[in-house]
Design a protein. Structure first.
Length: 126
């Protein structure tokens, strides 16, 4: 499975049951995926890793929405292989990787996780 292949490297950051290494504790897990050099970028070159669960539901992709498809994430917006090493993959392997990403289910997140903020705002109905 290419997603878990160490040479490709997707699972290095998109790991665990939620396919993310995001955490609320410092130091935060921020990664330079090669898209922060855009002159319109306001956040900086490093980003928190989003979950991949249900990614088929949320185009366009990346923090700035410049990847219209998952294929664009892997090829067009990954010219320096900073967002997984994909430049050596054959087109059929990219297709397999995209199909895997599209197969990841969307599940309603649990009300509490290890990253739950204890005193977060919740809307109350009157």
């Amino acid at each position: 499975m290419l997603f878990f292949n160490k040479e490709v490297g997707c699972a290095r950051c998109h790991s665990g049951p939620y396919y993310t290494d995001s955490r609320l504790q410092k130091p935060f897990n921020l990664h330079d995926v090669g898209t922060g050099d855009d002159p319109t970028e306001k956040i900086g070159p490093k980003y928190d890793t989003p979950t991949l669960l249900g990614i088929y539901r949320t185009p366009p992709y990346l923090h700035h929405g410049k990847a219209k498809t998952l294929r664009d994430v892997l090829i067009t917006c990954n010219k320096e292989d900073k967002h997984g090493k994909t430049s050596h993959l054959r087109p059929s392997e990219i297709d397999d990787l995209v199909d895997f990403l599209k197969s990841l289910p969307y599940e309603t997140p649990p009300s509490e996780t290890p990253n739950t903020v204890k005193y977060r705002f919740t809307e109350t109905k009157k």
